[in-house]
Design a protein around this ligand. Sequence first.
Ligand code: PLP
Length: 461
Amino acid sequence: MSPNPDRTGVPGADAILRRQRARESAARTYARSFPIVPVRASGMTIEGADGRRYLDCLSGAGSLALGHNHPVVDEAVRRTLDRGVPLHVLDLATPEKDDFTDALFATLPGRFRDRARVHFCGPAGTDAVEAALKLMETATGRRGLLAFTGAYHGMTAGALAVTGNVAVKAPLPATGAEVTRLPYPYAYRCPFGVGGDRSAEIAATYTERLLDDPAGGVVPSAAMIMEIVQGEGGAVPAPDGWVREMRRITAEREIPLIVDEVQTGVGRTGAFWAVEHSGVEPDAIVMSKAIGGGLPLAVIVYRDEYDGWLPGAHTGTFRGNTLAMAAGAATLRYVAREGLSERAAAIGARMMSRLDGLRAALPAIGDVRGRGLMIGVELVDPEGPTDSCGARPAAPRTAAAVRAACLRRGLIVELGGRYDATLRLLPPLTITDEEVEAVLDRLADAVAEVSVAPRLAGRPA
Ligand SMILES: Cc1ncc(COP(=O)(O)O)c(C=O)c1O
């Protein structure tokens, strides 16, 4: 540790950042957008080594349903440590794992729960996505995969193959996976140039006809994988009717439906699992992030008829993290007991309504969308031409400038979506009314500073 205290009294904060830049990989991401050294955190607030406090609207990329260091999570971790239980157990049975499984199954929609199996994966969403794809490839004996434009499923080979983002795939050799890319109903930037409800209808018709076209180029499908609200894709919610159509289309063709709830799960969208909004019963759900209460944990839950794996078919060393299971069980129960899904729905609706008002006042905001506390604010060039649906060109430089202006105001907001032009709000489900106001005030101020002030001064935004 550097012997030189920075202005905060924390030893070497500036030096820590300098050493990070010098020693960590060029692939580091959040550290570039947020050059802060967190030293303490509680609820929605992070304190940096520079002594500044930040409202955290990123929440560990959606992992912290209860915010930082929630007493319920801290207590579960402490209790587990105090009992002296093994912290690493491979995939052996333990009381903590048994209890986590009870807590998890209690959250599942009824009919799905009755026939559910769980597989503990390596502790990242991407590994659980790999597991789900392999499970269905094994069960069906097929190799084709159906995935969507704008999708994000992770960074390992199979998950990356079903991810939409071209920039991260382009430098790599082909993965070998045979993926058919289907249109996701993104109302603001409709893939068919029509927008509105018609967009989702056409997307469903196109999918159905493509799958039935013997010359459509689609090999028999092992699975369709979808997000109910695309997270990294820019907080794009799918209409419930379209989700039901995807279920009908896959069921009629005996194609398993995998719902990736890594980001949408545990109350975030206003239902415990986002798929519940549509009433659809999937064949498998991929879960990670919030299920570990902020500690690393990932599982897939699926209908038992698909459980045709051989022993060790998807193994891994770190599949038995006792602390994560204890923290996760406490979090799942707290979210259910305190009705935090309903709270997310109500607060999210309030935030979106105020953001909609802001959109009317600030033309740099092209679209406000989302579900529950998964909200996207897409920034556009207000002077650019509109497309056939009225959308203006994405404004990634404005978005990056707004992110920086938010940080200067003590607000952490990350970007996502096409061209990284969407501000993504992922506050903890425990956000208070005062924090809601503070987040929206700072955000409004930041957008106004970046998009209005330069124009008044005669400079382009
Ligand atoms: C929907 C979705 N699936 C999978 C992943 C990958 O999870 P991880 O980053 O833990 O590998 C993410 C991460 O953001 C995600 O949002």
